[in-house]
Design a protein around this ligand. Structure first.
Ligand SMILES: [Zn+2]
Length: 272
């Protein structure tokens, strides 16, 4: 009898623990808070909606309906809100830069098939497909640095981005995982951008093991560049080009572009 009672107590304890482990409402609130903060601080004029998926995968994606899905597995995987801001900022970067629309054109086949099912399923099917189809290497780089800009304006430490990229490079995070470019190149791309645009943030560093590992990984490449005039020149040229793009992007996301720009984008989209 006593044994049974102990087993019963253990069972109740396990059930209570499982119930408090995952609170999808609280998770949605967390994602919404960070997402809204990123949108507001950057005056992003797009109607982006945030959703939480109860699936265990370490995953997130953005879809054509301007929805960003963050999976339970990913929410439990990030160290803090700053890394989560990195995830959401990256996905917002795909939307702001029009990567989703571009991929949507490439993948109209699946959209047609999916239109036969319900709207929600359609959205998910397309989103899943987008996440699994390979976005180009430059799209991933661009989403990372857009995320960094969004983070800085919203008061998040941009060094959480390289920290996050290091962490997920060995994991099953479908979107950010995109095996091309390698994790190391993604980290270096993010680091270089931060060094050029937000030098003061680098001085303070970032206190996660993952960030330290990321820096160790890319340090030889940084040293090599700093010791080479040719590589320094190349770095400055690349970053100056990115800065111009950044200014264009800022105008675009704040909706200050002309009506024609909107038509043009639609025409381009339809023309594929
Ligand atoms: Zn991505």
């Amino acid at each position: 009898m006593r044994k049974l009672l102990i087993v019963f107590c253990l069972m109740m304890f396990a059930i209570a623990n499982a119930a408090t482990d995952w609170d999808s409402e609280a998770a949605l609130k967390r994602v919404n808070t960070i997402g809204s903060k990123l949108l507001k601080a950057n005056n992003v004029n797009y109607d982006i909606e945030f959703k939480v998926s109860n699936e265990e995968d370490v995953n997130a994606y953005a879809n054509l309906d301007k929805e960003i899905y963050v999976y339970k597995g990913l929410l439990q995987f990030v160290d803090n809100d700053e890394e989560l801001a990195g995830v959401i900022g990256h996905e917002m970067g795909h939307i702001i830069n029009g990567h989703c629309a571009k991929q949507g054109v490439l993948n109209t086949g699946i959209a047609v098939v999916a239109s036969m099912v319900t709207k929600n399923e359609t959205v998910n099917a397309i989103g899943q497909h987008l996440a699994q189809s390979k976005l180009s290497r430059s799209d991933e780089f661009e989403a990372d640095i857009t995320g960094i800009d969004l983070m800085v304006k919203a008061g998040y430490n941009p060094l959480a981005m390289p920290s996050l990229l290091n962490k997920i490079s060995g994991d099953a995070y479908i979107d950010i995982l995109q095996t091309h470019p390698s994790g190391e190149k993604r980290i270096l791309n993010a680091y270089n951008y931060i060094e050029y645009n937000y030098a003061s943030k680098l001085k303070n560093g970032y206190n996660t093991d993952s960030y330290k590992k990321a820096i160790e990984m890319i340090n030889p490449a940084i040293e090599k560049r700093k010791n080479s005039q040719r590589l320094t020149k190349k770095f400055n040229k690349q970053q100056a080009k990115l800065l111009k793009k950044k200014e264009k992007r800022a105008k675009k996301m704040q909706g200050t572009s002309s009506v024609w720009d909107g038509y043009f984008t639609t025409l381009q989209y339809l023309a594929g």
